[in-house]
Design a protein around this ligand. Structure first.
Ligand code: F3S
Ligand code: F3S
Length: 105
């Protein structure tokens, strides 16, 4: 799967969403998350992110390794919705993201 890491937090450019053929990039309050079971590893999202937040799971930089399980755990309560668009913005974030200070501080 691909993973969205910390550079997305409070940026949420959403260019990646438009590229994904299976609509598996879900929007939380401060960050977006890729559903690990729904992502088909097409890789279309990775180059379009202006802040380079997206990585193939094997290539996530060391300081953001926790984002691989965080992307997966974001769906613990949601299951596999089978499409992000119908959910819209999900109210909340993984605790890892929620604990970050607001951007710019
Ligand atoms: Fe975030 Fe980059 Fe997508 S900032 S919303 S991962 S294009
Ligand atoms: Fe979609 Fe990116 Fe996976 S475009 S299918 S989330 S590699």
């Amino acid at each position: 799967t691909y993973v969205i890491a910390e550079p997305c937090v409070d940026v949420k450019d959403r260019a990646c969403v438009d590229e994904c053929p299976v609509d598996c990039i879900y929007e939380g309050a401060r960050c977006l998350y890729i559903h690990p079971d729904e992502c088909v590893d097409c890789g279309a999202c990775e180059p379009v992110c202006p802040v380079e937040a997206i990585y193939y799971e094997d290539d996530v930089p060391d300081q953001w390794k926790a984002y691989t399980p965080a992307n997966a755990e974001f769906f613990d309560d949601l299951g596999s919705p089978g499409g992000a668009q119908k959910l819209g913005v999900i109210d909340g974030d993984h605790p890892l993201v929620a604990a970050l200070p607001p951007a710019g501080e």
